[in-house]
Ligand binder design. Structure first.
Ligand code: AMP
Length: 438
C-alpha cells in the first residue's frame, strides 16, 4: 500500500502531560507501517469551550507517514489513549491524560460516527495551527472541511444523509420554513445534543398555504438563516426550490384525519395535508432517526405524529418547548410583521393562557369556565381578533367534553390587523407546567 501523509494533533492535561505525549510518539514510531517524521514543540493552552474546572493542556502536532488505513490508524491512536488511562465514553471536555486527533489523512474525506476527515475544526484551533506554522506548514495547502453543507438538490441531500447513516450516525432532522429565530435555534441545539448529525431544512412549502394566504410575502432571510444554522451546530442545510422539491407532475399528497380537524384545520382547510406531505417527503429523503418540531405548533406536532405512526416511518418525533420573548410572546417568523402597537398588544395571548392556568392550579377545573377566562382576558385587548380558543387533551389534542378536566392544553389563535398586513398568531399552554416552562 502507498504511504500516506498524516497530521496528528496531540494534547494532554492530566498527570505527566509531557510524558504522555512523548510516550505516545515513541509507541507510535514502533508500530509497523507508521513513521513519525516531525514533531512540533509543545505549548500550553487553556480548554476551549465549556467544561469542568481543569488544568491547562500541553499541545503539539506531529507529521506521520503510514501505510495503515484510516480506521486501523484510528484504532492504534485509541489504544494508545486507553493505555495512557483515558476512559471512554467520558463526558465532553473532561480532563484527559491523552488526546490523539487525526487532523488530516492525505486528501481523504470521510464522515462517519467514528471518524471525520479532515478534522472539522482543526483550522479554528490555535493549539493546532500554531504548532503547524512553527513547522513551516502552509495552512492553506492542508485540506479543510467546508463549513455547513448547503444543498438544494434533493438527491444530493439524500446522498449526504445516506453517507451519515452508513457511517453509523444518528441523524436528526429539523424542518423549518426559514426566517429563523431563537425558537428554531433551540430545536437545532436540542437536535445537535441528541444526534451525531443534524440536517435542517429551509423550505417555504407552497402546499401548506391557502390561495389567499401569505406564501409570497412569507419572510425569506437565507443568508442570516445559514448563520443561525452554523452557530446552532447544524451539519447540512437543505434549501430546495419548490420545483426541486416537487417535480413536474407531482400529484400525491398525504390525506390527514382526526388530528387535523378543528382549530387550524378548520381555518386553513388544506394546510395540514400540505404539512404532512412535505414532512413525509423530507422523511423519505433524509431517513432521520429523530425529527424535531416545536410545541408552538402543537396541532402540527399531533398531525405529524399521527402521520408518522400511520405510514410507519421509523423516526422518533421529538416535540420541543416553546421559546418566548422576554415579555412572554411566543417567537414566530411572522412577529416581524406586527405594527409596534400590535406587538405590544400581542402579549395578551400568553397572558390569557397563563391566567386560565393559574385558575386551574388554584382548583378551577370546569372546561368552559377556563375557556371563558381566556376569552375574558383577550377581550381586554381590542387589537386582538380571536379566531379560537380550545382546551384539548394533551398529546393527540382530542376534544375534551364539557365539565371538569384534570389537565389538558389550551390552544389559541388570534389576528392582529394594525400593520401592513394582518398577522395571525398562535400560542398554547399546558395546564400543568413542565419543568422548563415559566
Ligand atoms: P416554521 O419555520 O414556522 O415552519 O417552524 C419550524 C419549526 O420551528 C416548527 O416545528 C415550529 O413549531 C418550530 N417553532 C416555531 N416557533 C417556535 C418557538 N417559538 N418555539 C419553539 N419552536 C418553534
Amino acid at each position: 500500500m502507498v504511504a500516506v501523509q498524516v497530521w496528528l494533533g496531540l494534547g494532554s492535561n492530566l498527570g505527566d502531560r509531557r510524558g504522555h505525549l512523548t510516550g505516545a510518539l515513541t509507541a507510535l514510531a514502533a508500530v509497523p507501517g507508521v513513521q513519525v517524521l516531525r514533531v512540533s514543540s509543545f505549548h500550553e493552552s487553556e480548554l476551549l469551550g465549556e467544561g469542568p474546572p481543569q488544568g491547562p493542556f500541553l499541545n503539539g502536532v506531529a507529521e506521520l507517514r503510514t501505510t495503515l488505513g484510516p480506521q486501523a490508524l484510528l484504532g492504534v491512536l485509541q489504544a494508545l489513549e486507553a493505555q495512557a488511562g483515558r476512559v471512554r465514553p467520558a463526558p465532553r471536555n473532561h480532563p484527559r491524560p491523552l488526546d490523539l486527533d487525526l487532523l488530516t489523512y492525505g486528501d481523504l474525506r470521510c464522515d462517519t460516527r467514528e471518524l471525520v476527515l479532515p478534522h472539522p475544526r482543526w483550522h479554528e484551533r490555535p493549539f493546532v495551527t500554531g504548532p503547524l506554522r512553527e513547522l513551516g506548514v502552509a495552512l492553506e495547502a492542508l485540506p479543510q472541511r467546508p463549513g455547513v453543507a448547503v444543498v438544494g438538490d434533493p438527491q444530493a441531500f439524500a446522498a449526504q444523509c445516506t453517507e451519515w447513516l452508513a457511517g453509523g450516525c444518528v441523524v436528526g432532522l429539523v424542518p423549518t420554513m426559514g426566517a429563523l429565530h431563537d425558537g428554531h435555534r433551540s430545536l437545532m441545539e436540542i437536535a445537535a445534543r441528541e444526534c451525531d448529525r443534524v440536517a435542517a431544512t429551509i423550505f417555504v412549502n407552497p402546499l401548506q398555504f391557502g390561495p389567499n394566504e401569505d406564501f409570497a410575502a412569507y419572510p425569506r432571510t437565507l443568508e442570516r438563516d445559514l448563520e443561525v444554522c452554523r452557530a446552532a451546530g447544524v451539519h447540512a442545510v437543505f434549501t430546495p426550490t419548490p420545483e426541486q422539491m416537487y417535480e413536474p407532475g407531482f400529484c400525491s399528497q398525504v390525506q390527514v384525519g382526526a388530528e387535523a380537524q378543528g382549530m387550524e384545520g378548520a381555518l386553513r382547510p388544506d394546510h395540514f395535508r400540505g404539512v404532512a406531505t412535505v414532512v413525509a417527503r423530507l422523511f423519505a429523503l433524509a431517513r432521520p432517526q429523530r425529527a424535531y418540531f416545536g410545541e408552538k405548533d402543537a396541532q402540527q406536532v399531533a398531525v405529524v405524529r399521527r402521520m408518522t405512526r400511520d405510514l410507519g416511518f421509523p423516526v422518533q418525533i421529538v416535540p420541543c418547548p416553546i421559546v418566548r420573548e422576554a415579555d412572554g410572546l411566543a417567537r414566530s417568523s411572522r412577529n416581524v410583521y406586527l405594527s409596534a402597537e400590535d406587538r405590544a398588544a400581542a402579549t395578551v395571548l400568553v397572558r390569557a393562557l397563563r391566567s386560565a392556568r393559574q385558575q386551574f392550579l388554584r382548583g378551577a377545573c370546569d372546561r368552559d369556565a377556563l375557556l371563558q377566562r381566556v376569552r375574558a382576558v383577550v377581550a381586554t385587548e381590542p387589537r386582538a381578533q380571536l379566531d379560537y380558543v380550545e382546551l384539548r387533551r394533551e398529546g393527540d389534542l382530542a376534544e375534551l367534553p364539557p365539565g371538569p378536566v384534570d389537565g389538558g392544553r389550551l390552544l389559541i389563535a388570534a389576528k392582529f390587523a394594525g400593520g401592513l398586513r394582518p398577522v395571525r398568531l398562535l400560542d398554547n399552554l399546558s395546564l400543568r407546567p413542565g419543568p422548563d416552562e415559566a
